[in-house]
Design a protein around this ligand. Structure first.
Ligand SMILES: Nc1ncnc2c1ncn2[C@@H]1O[C@H](COP(=O)(O)OP(=O)(O)OP(=O)(O)O)[C@@H](O)[C@H]1O
Length: 640
């Protein structure tokens, strides 16, 4: 049988078995065709109902093996079915799956489990042990210094840590990458020193013991889930973040040990050394605290001045920043020093979309309480005055006066978003956080997506009660980043979301059920797109894949309804009639985008657009060509 004829037959059969799978949801029917590793999402349901005779299954399995690449989407489905039908112990094998299916797990909960617990989407779930002695590390170059510490690159002594060779992940920054049939060959950047060690400045060398070091420097450990154990009650009501987060600086370990005097120490921070002349009595063994972190490549401040970036990249960075704020907010932690020097970025290739983390928790408030008693000027209100939210900047000390930090980081994220998108944070120079009016906020470039523009404006509301919550803001920017169809809003309309549904969702039980079923279609599409994106790792950056996993693992319907108001602001009429068959169209476009380049699958029937006919539909809308943008922004052009 020719390859072409077989291809058609296999496609027809696959279609048929999808059609016969009866009441199984779109999600369960479509995903097995696209991505065989989605067994637990319903492929086994499909298999149990499959009408193939054994002979066909064997023949198909043989051909699949021969033309593996082309038929991979079907291969495991077919082979698995054959296995199930022929093994005597199939009941035993299916037991765990059958048990799983009998529980009717809510769609959103199931998606959250998949994206929250799978190493495929969260490299961070891997963990390892790190030594707690300064001799165990070899220090490298000086990375930076602030008022409280100096940071050096480092590695484990006597070890050559194998750094994974990142071949993929450059993301959508180059048209050539998108058009290339093969993933771009990337430079392998070997980090000889993959760690960064923060050597805290101890200005109290006349004090013996470790306890004062832990209690005065312990704040740094707010992002370290093991901190409570390390601190062992030495910091009263200190409550660190309970788990790692991809957008919060990764602390590997922390310890107190003898002060290591590095060759440049005397020149860079003489006052923090025990040789400083005003120490009257030096403790027997000068010590300090070391914080061992993952090493990042650059600060946000340096990045925006050294890199051309486009608004898509900017939006992915803003979304990551908001994800970090959402996580901190959920666990009642306020970083309180949100300036661009404290936002660190990781990337291997210059044109890769960076992974963004919030770092430097030295000023953090992590006491399970948003408020701080502010009775005198001596009470610390956090870092830089230019990045303090208006409610903090205008606080006046007084008896029983309390300052509330709940929405402070969220406000600062607004200024940082400006910096990401335009290079300049309006509060560093032009506006005063204590006195500015919202109407004075500079307009963001018109090419910034309308949802992101409105979100940033709402982040910078003076009144913390009117300010958008970080999770609502993060959802809105995340949703704006999906590529399905021509336009995200249109895709949502086609799935049945409207202005009315965003206003009425949650008002009654019946309406909620109806509108939630529309929302589930959108969530299905988004999930499918995210799973598919794993098949094209050279086209979507690691940062963006991680962002999607983070979003999908924490979403809930109520929050998403709030965020959808940014897509359907009151007063803007619908411009596309919504039909549910359109939603199927979106799904078909999703499938055909996968088969791009393969003649036996459905070909794109539309005429060439901008010469990018071979580019999968999913990717057409992020191609940009103009690299002479104002303010270092490379503009993104939409295909016509
Ligand atoms: N994990 C890291 N990877 C790479 N560089 C880092 C890392 N952590 C910090 N740095 C660099 O070291 C500099 C100083 O670090 P950090 O801001 O934590 O010190 P600090 O003394 O607490 O600063 P501040 O005066 O703002 O409180 C950062 O601006 C950054 O350039």
């Amino acid at each position: 049988m020719s390859m072409k004829r077989f291809g058609k037959a296999a496609y027809r059969i696959a279609n048929e078995f999808v059609a016969r799978s009866g009441r199984i949801s779109i999600f369960q029917r479509i995903l097995p065709r696209i991505f065989p590793a989605t067994h637990n999402l319903g492929v086994h349901v499909v298999l149990k109902r499959s009408p193939f005779p054994r002979q066909n299954a064997l023949r198909i399995a043989r051909l699949v093996t021969r033309h593996g690449r082309f038929f991979r989407p079907f291969s495991s489905v077919i082979i698995e079915r054959h296995r199930f039908q022929n093994k005597d112990d199939w009941r035993h094998k299916l037991e765990p799956l059958r048990k799983q299916q009998s529980k009717s797990v809510d769609l959103v909960e199931r998606i959250k489990q998949i994206f929250g617990n799978s190493v495929r989407y969260n490299e961070d779930l891997k963990s390892s042990e790190w030594p707690n002695r300064v001799d165990s590390y070899e220090f490298g170059e000086f990375l930076g210094q602030g008022c409280n510490a100096a940071v050096y690159s480092a590695k484990l002594a006597n070890s050559d840590i194998e750094i994974s060779n990142t071949k993929y992940g450059a993301g959508f920054n180059e048209v050539t990458n998108i058009l290339a049939e093969m993933p771009p060959v990337s430079k392998v950047i070997e980090k000889k020193y993959p760690l960064a060690i923060k050597l805290m400045f101890n200005f109290e060398h006349d004090r013996d013991g470790d306890a004062h070091l832990w209690s005065s420097m312990g704040n740094e450990l707010a992002p370290y889930p093991n901190a409570a154990k390390l601190l062992n009650g030495r910091m009263g009501n200190f409550k660190p973040l309970p788990a790692k987060h991809p957008n919060v600086v990764r602390i590997q370990t922390a310890f107190v040990d003898s002060l290591k005097v590095l060759p440049d120490a005397l020149e860079r921070y003489p006052d923090a050394l025990h040789t400083a002349r005003w120490y009257e009595s030096i403790a027997s063994q000068p010590k300090t605290m070391y914080v061992v972190m993952r090493r990042y490549r650059q600060t946000l401040h340096d990045y925006v001045w050294t890199h051309h970036r486009n608004y898509w990249t900017g939006r992915v960075m803003v979304a990551q920043l908001l994800e970090a704020c959402t996580y901190l907010h959920k666990h009642k932690v306020s970083q309180r020093d949100m300036k661009s020097d404290n936002i660190l970025l990781e990337y291997d290739l210059d044109d890769e979309i960076p992974q963004l983390v919030i770092a430097d928790f030295g000023c953090a408030l992590a006491s399970d309480d948003w408020t701080v008693l502010y009775e005198s000027d001596d009470v610390s209100l956090g870092g830089n005055t230019k990045t303090r939210a208006p409610e903090i900047a205008t606080a006046v000390p007084g008896k029983n006066k309390k300052v509330n930090f709940e929405m402070a980081d969220t406000w600062a994220a607004g200024g940082l978003s400006y910096e990401i998108l335009t290079r300049s944070n309006p509060f560093y120079k032009h506006l005063d956080t204590a006195t500015y009016e919202e109407s004075q906020l500079p307009a963001l470039p018109s090419r910034v997506n309308f949802v992101t523009r409105d979100v940033i404006f709402d982040l910078l509301k003076r009144n913390p009660n009117e300010r958008v919550k970080p999770n609502t803001a993060a959802n809105a920017v995340n949703l704006s980043l999906f590529r399905m169809g021509e336009d995200v809003r249109q895709m949502m309309e086609k799935c049945g979301i409207s202005q009315m549904s965003t206003l009425l969702a949650g008002s009654t039980k019946v309406l909620s059920q109806k509108f939630n079923s529309h929302l589930d279609k959108v969530i299905n599409l988004i999930t499918a797109e995210t799973i598919i994106s794993n098949l094209a790792p050279h086209l979507i950056s690691r940062a963006e894949r991680q962002l999607r996993a983070t979003f999908l693992s924490r979403m809930n319907r109520e929050d998403i309804w709030q965020s959808l108001k940014y897509f359907f602001p009151p007063g803007v009429p619908l411009n596309t009639p919504a039909t549910s068959s359109d939603c199927f169209e979106s799904i078909s476009s999703l499938i055909s985008s996968l088969s791009n380049g393969s003649q036996d699958f459905e070909m794109q029937k539309q005429p060439a657009r901008n010469g990018y006919n071979n580019v999968p539909i999913l990717l057409r809308h992020v191609i940009r060509t103009n690299s002479d943008g104002i303010d270092g922004i490379v503009h993104r052009v939409r295909s016509k």
